[in-house]
Design a protein around this ligand. Sequence first.
Ligand code: UDP
Ligand code: MG
Length: 321
Amino acid sequence: MIGKNNMNIPTIGIVTPCYNEELVLNETSFQLNSILSDLVEKNYISEKSFAAFIDDGSKDKTWNKIEENAKQLSHIKGLKLAGNVGHQKALLAGLLTYKDEADALISIDADLQDDVSVIKDMILKFISGTDVVYGVRKERTSDTFFKRNTALLFYNLMKKMKVNIIHNHADYRLCSSRVLNALAEFKEVNLFLRGIIPSIGFSKDIVYYDRLDRFAGESKYPFRKMAAFAWNGVTSFSNYPLKLVTIIGFVIFFICIIMTGYALFALYTGNVLPGWLSTVLPMYFLGGVQLFCFGIIGEYIGKIYSEVKQRPRYFIDKRIG
Ligand code: UDP
Ligand code: MG
């Protein structure tokens, strides 16, 4: 692998989106900075390597902390977005902003839930020629029973819909600059990076790690946001729900034909059913199904709408470091 500065030693960047993370930032900056310093000292990576914190429009003192750390620690940088755009877009902002300053970028959350000790393994795999290194969780014991099972359901559902995502991989990964250049070509607004990156291709590898508890602060992904994220993953990558609508429609049509046959038969034998069951029930039933189907189609139309507008996905306020 050819580095940007030196023939053999690559420059590595770490990108960390932060939303109201003032409680964890000092610790995360310190840990990432020491890991980078250590690898620079051992001549694995160039001294230009860095960890960039992306402030996703935080309402607390996150940006002040980033500024302080950027002044005190040699490898820390910061990027402040103009407003809160959400984890995926904030991460994209970081990746696209810093992709030309490094040979590979590693994305990691700010809360130290992803074990930073495998960063070195990711870098070693990159040096030996791998383009994408996915961080995959060994087990989910630190999660609640609910989160564990909804996550399992999500991965299985995605697999059924033939969406290519890596099981138990969140957004902890290393991407080489050619993967990042490919990523820059994806102009979609409804971002689901876990689906996009595997679809790019190139050589890949996996490092396994234990997911820990949040170092401090609270999860910014309550159930409502998690469900929205999963739904976005499905509808951004699969037309299966639309196909399902067609299948449901067909099955119901088929049932209706049988019911009509039965009604004609009942009429013929004189055994006429009391009217309301046969009219009112199907009415409610079909009304429900139709609304459900319209809902799904509407979701996709909504997506088309937000995509055709081609709105910018983020604005950068300022940079430090
Ligand atoms: N995050 C962000 N913007 C948001 C919400 C979250 O940049 O609007 C960041 C957050 O600071 C963290 C990462 O995304 O670094 C993952 O969020 P969190 O740890 O709250 O999610 P969880 O691990 O609970 O799924
Ligand atoms: Mg977290």
